[in-house]
Design a protein around this ligand. Sequence first.
Ligand code: ADP
Length: 188
Amino acid sequence: MESMHPSEGGWIEAICGCMYSGKSEELIRRLRRALIAHQEVLIIKPAIDDRYEESFIVSHSEQRLKSVALTDPNDILDLAKDAVVIGIDEAQFFGMPLLPVIEKLADDGKRVIIAGLDMDFKNDPFEPIPQILAKAEYITKTLAICVQCGRPASRTQRLTHSSERVLIGGQGVYEARCRKHHTIPQEQ
Ligand code: ADP
């Protein structure tokens, strides 16, 4: 992917998986390499995700890169005018309006790299990530380690009984589990 230059035509790279699977690390790794190549890079995260600082994308392993926090994904189009590479973390929180935005960016010749949860805590597909996977040229699915058995984990276990889909949290609220050990918490 890196050996191609976006001016030859854009594309979408999607990095998906459960929490703690290394999506942000992989996104940061790719964006760092674009910066080393002196490419103009724009990094976006949804403002809803206030787990850490507003103005950084941060991995659970404390790697970080400066970013812009937005609520409306349409604002990306203006911000991205000079960018060659656009990275978007926690893409699931932008919802379906993100899809036409990243399609337009790729159509305009940009390299768009998005990272997001493919499933919610009930294992339901988490829009717009499944739709982005359908449109993306390149897909990477990252796996975490199941905290119960040490095998590869594809699921996000919610440790509380709240039933809303979006509940921001890290350690103590979510953990990574495999298919066998994941359970859907019963509403109380
Ligand atoms: P994601 O963006 O997918 O939530 P991150 O890139 O933020 O993942 O974090 C990945 C890092 O999380 C790993 O490199 C490791 O240091 C840490 N980590 C904590 N718990 C786990 C786990 N159960 N499985 C794998 N990595 C874990």
